[in-house]
Design a protein around this ligand. Sequence first.
Ligand code: BGC
Length: 740
Amino acid sequence: MRIYRPLIAIAALAAGWSLAQPQKDTPVPLYKNPKLPVEARVTDLLHRMTLEEKAAMLAGSGWMESQPIERLGIPAIKMADGPIGVRAWFGSSAVTNAASTPKITSTAFPSGIAMAATWDPDIVAQAAKALGQEVKALGRDMILGPTVNIARQPLWGRNFEGYGEDPYLASRLVVAFVKGVQGEGVIPSVKHFAANNQEFERHRIDEKIDERTLHEIYFPAFEAAVKEGGVWSVMSVYNKLNGIYCAENPYLLHEVLKKQWGFKGFVISDWGSTYSTAATVNAGMDLEMPGGEPMKRWLARPQTQADGNGAGWLTPDKVLPAVQSGQISAATVDDNVSRILRVMFTAGLFDKPHTGGGAVDTPEQKTVARTAAAESIVLLKNEGDVLPVAKSVHSLAVIGPNAAVARTGGGGSSLVRPNYSVTPLDGIRERAGNAIQVTYSQGVSIPGEDASKDSASARAQLRKDAAAVAAKADAAIVIVGNAPSVESEGFDRKSLNLPEGQDELVTAIAQANRNTIVVINAGSPVAMPWIGQVPAVLTMWYGGQEGGHAIASVLFGDFTPSGKLPVTFPARIEDTPAYGHYPGQNLHTEYAEGIYVGYRHYDQGGIVPLFPFGHGLSYTKFDYGDLKITPDKTGPGRRVQVSMTLKNGGQRAGAEVVQLYVHQAKSSADRPPQELKGFRRVMLLPGQAQGVTFTLDPRAMSFYSAARHAWVAEPGMFDVMIGASSRDIRLKGSFELTVR
Ligand code: BGC
């Protein structure tokens, strides 16, 4: 215990305390003094704890609570699932969904992929702030999110939770999210570290991924969360990476996260992802979840075992003997506990406990949810400017399995229960008012939602009824897509196709009404065999509780669409990067495509996608000009400024997302044809012009060298491409990176 004395002395000095004052005379323990620096409080509290108390803190006490230590007044960290709203915390989905379990409602914000489609860090920060407020209002301390795993392949059941296929876009958004939540004194947990890119055998799959690919594709969002966001917690993941479970992977947790990136917060396990004691603690796992009786009851279930979950390894009865036998050092346990305490002090959990009772779903929070939903909608196709709905339209047929149901999110641990939600049909009716007659027909139902509608004959009848409704209207809006039963955590989609009967429905409606507008509500790319038959297509992801208002505002032109695709929409599954390597064999999967994920793959292979990364149309038009790159020759470690002028050359106010891509043609390493290194969402009135500037730092010029275990910027020429999508480049220039 004496080893702590010097540290206490330093802390006391820092706080202006007299060193002569003996600690036993201190009226209030140092750690209880909110005015002292966090490190001083951590050191003091750690000094007062027994080894038994420290060991107890390495595992949870409940389903969503860490271990409190009453003797010292250490509270439990009270968690809730997210990241797109606050979810009930009473147990696994089986428990929270049971009728007898108290219902917890909160604002359902748009899904992660929807937030990514806004390309707007400001709205992400606002949504995160609102989320943080709701966490506190519900008496919790921590929200389990955001999900920043890369959309490696379109069938992953959790694509809707993440920020898409590009590491730079995901990095910018996660930093905004982390700052928004932490600004409220709430603990986020960036998840799942690392490379959770499939649900198939997620507990057992062993992923072979090379070092460069990890650093360039799967790590950057976590790295940015740590280095730029200063994130307080990182959640580990179920899968193995290169032969070792991620929860006991020293390369991931110790070497990369804590040593290379300087992470000061705590690592939390995913729920049921631990399989050992000493190896897990020594690798850098700080807190195992869940814990206590809820964990024991859950683990005892045959299904929990069959799924491959592991839990109950960091409990004191296992940790203490491992410390006593020397398998785990006391210093390691101190480090684990310090990390948890550091975050608790920083978040104010000792000084300002979140007792709950604040407002949820306030008008401001609803407005953020609605704005984000509107910004996320991507106009994929608009032939003949069929949108926005013309003044000459007096009747609208609204059709489809996702028209009269608000699909606010995908399935699994992120699905929240809002107080209310607006269906697209409600949103359209409300906006249409008396001026436009709106008729509705379901057309087809999501398989399994109503068994009586799932037979071929029932489908044919529903389709016929819907086509008859469409034929009588001036225009038809067909709202198709997925649902939590089809797209969810826990399993992957079986194919790119929309659920059964939906493609046939679109074709039938397109034949009945040539002004057919298709709206897709899904969290990942879907195939569109009917794309040539309809003039307009939009995608609204899962837009949260305000999705129905948002889509109506875009359809009627109250809001000019500005969303851009955060994922490539492939023409066929055979074209996708991981095709042939997913889902793997014998519990192994090789990420053989390496860094060629998303548009990097399509560009490299010269593959024409259905819709490219970054694509999204507008009701107005933007002119790009005046590209300037300064300096055009620069030395190592320096930055380059890129500027251009964007002008709204159309008739409507609207926002454009200007995208900047970089390429180095001559390099000792294989470099993708283009990589996103900057973007800006710019709002302009008709005729208005604005200068847009980007800064390219050394990282924007670098690749990760596995040989040197470092990012390397090689001298040579760099192409700079600026455009409205990855396949709509409007301006090109270059600069040279010189040797000195
Ligand atoms: C999920 C996590 C979630 C946790 C707690 C896990 O199954 O992978 O994302 O936060 O459960 O519900």
